[in-house]
Design a protein around this ligand. Structure first.
Ligand SMILES: Nc1nc2c(c(=O)[nH]1)N[C@H]1C(S)=C(S)[C@@H](COP(=O)(O)OP(=O)(O)OC[C@H]3O[C@@H](n4cnc5c(N)ncnc54)[C@H](O)[C@@H]3O)O[C@H]1N2
Ligand code: MOO
Length: 401
């Protein structure tokens, strides 16, 4: 293998070293799912904001009731009632779940555990203790306290939690915007007829689905004719529009493979080109300012392998997220041979116990990828693996097991 080829680990390290966090933006909680917060977030109120009943029943003063045994029902507090009340001695207030407990009361008795006789309340609750069914003001969080720390992921629960402490917007790292440039004069859109020499264009479909699955919503597609001038112009426009530019095809050594030259003509600094791996050997990675360019080798299975192994973690890193495929070790179902000197990513199937390589591994074929739920990583220095030998597998995102 010529010396400009680098290892998979070197490629990973170089990408990680060159990716920069995107600048935080102010986002509505409604649009914050999956983002990471860039600053500590402070509660805007006590939660609960007042002493609150957790049951439908009667608010009482526990010690007062202990002293007299019988209470007179006085008034009612519904959830949302905003007029403050004070519980007089020897009285109980009818109350409902979520309502503000009157000052002077410290306990709520469930309505199932009382007898009401006219306006007299008889409590028949042997397990009643002071403070039961009473949520003290600020017992979840006090106003001004840190609700979530910088670096927290906005899950449905954390979004709900922040809304509950009075937050409307947060400062978060956005997801990158992505431009996808398709190269290749032989490409035809699905739905149209093929003439001899044409193939259906599929990379935009696979990448669109993969990017959306990763939460990227700003995706623009471009097509370029196979000329240096055309591709140089399209890359310029894409770099203007997006944080990340993904090209498919045109990174190899053919006479019409213009990606390297067109990137250079746009002052994209080449960080690497070519990895000792299969598929995706001619992967290109470059940088212009904070923007990054991946030249994905055009074969459809190379595009997807390189996306999962290199692009997806980079997209995550820009948004302060870990999005690399989940890695596990699993025993191989059968023995395998491979070329030494290349890391191989095989389309595989993991049944929860062992991993098997699927048929049809060539990079122009997607039939095996379509059935795979993992990539099996075989190490550069190895030429064979035996049955049951432990290997590293990378679970594809659609696999939940
Ligand atoms: N002499 C050599 N030839 C090749 C080498 C090499 O080292 N020396 N490497 C091979 C490897 S490995 C790969 S991978 C490919 C990568 O080539 P490119 O990135 O330049 O890709 P293209 O030639 O443009 O396309 C490759 C293949 O993929 C099809 N393709 C491209 N785009 C799409 C698309 N959007 N949808 C569907 N199919 C697409 C294209 O028609 C070609 O069949 O180079 C090898 N050659
Ligand atoms: O390495 Mo290429 O990506 O096999 O076809």
């Amino acid at each position: 293998m010529p010396s400009e080829f680098i290892s998979v680990q070197e490629a990973r390290d170089l990408i990680e070293a060159h990716i920069q966090l995107l600048s935080p933006v102010n986002v509505s909680l409604m649009d914050a799912g999956g983002l990471v917060i860039a600053e500590d977030v402070f509660a805007k109120t006590d939660v609960p904001p007042f002493n609150q009943s957790s049951m439908d029943g009667y608010a009482i003063n526990y010690n007062g009731w202990q002293a007299t045994g019988e209470l007179t029902i006085y008034g009612e507090v519904a959830a949302g009632s905003t007029s403050g009340t004070y519980l007089q001695a020897h009285t109980a207030a009818r109350i409902f779940t979520g309502a503000a407990v009157p000052d002077g009361a410290d306990t709520v008795v469930m309505q199932e555990k009382v007898r009401v006789d006219g306006n007299k309340l008889l409590i028949e609750d042997e397990s009643l203790v002071q403070g039961l069914n009473f949520r003290a003001k600020g017992s979840e969080i006090k106003s001004g306290a840190i609700a979530l720390e910088k670096g927290s992921l906005m899950t449905p629960a954390s979004i709900g939690y922040l809304a509950g402490v009075g937050i409307e917007n947060i400062s978060a790292y956005p997801r990158p915007s992505v431009a996808v440039i398709l190269t290749g004069d032989e490409l035809q859109a699905p739905g149209k007829s093929l003439v001899h020499g044409q193939v259906y264009e599929s990379n935009s479909f696979a990448l669109n689905a993969a990017l959306k699955q990763a939460g990227v919503s700003q995706i623009k597609f471009y097509s370029s004719a196979d000329t240096l001038a055309a591709l140089t112009g399209v890359i310029r426009e894409a770099l203007d529009q997006a944080d990340v530019v993904l090209l498919t095809g045109g990174v190899s050594v053919g006479d019409y493979d213009f990606v390297i030259r067109a990137a250079s003509a746009n002052d994209v600094e080449q960080i690497f080109h070519k990895i000792r791996q299969k598929p995706g050997k001619p992967l290109f990675f470059g940088k212009k300012g904070q923007k990054v360019v991946f030249g994905l080798p055009g074969n459809p299975a190379s595009v997807l392998s390189c996306y999962y192994e290199y692009v997806l973690p980079a997209l995550g890193q820009m948004s302060s997220r870990k999005t690399a495929l989940e890695s596990r070790t699993a025993p191989l179902k059968t023995s395998l041979k491979k070329p030494a000197g290349l890391t191989q990513f095989l389309k595989g199937y993991y049944d929860g116990i062992s991993a098997s390589d699927l048929k049809a591994q060539e990079s122009f074929r997607l039939s095996s990828f379509a059935k795979a739920n993992c990539l099996i990583r075989l190490e550069e220095g190895r030429a064979e693996y035996s049955e049951n030998e432990l290997v590293e597998i990378h679970l594809l995102p659609e696999y939940y097991g």
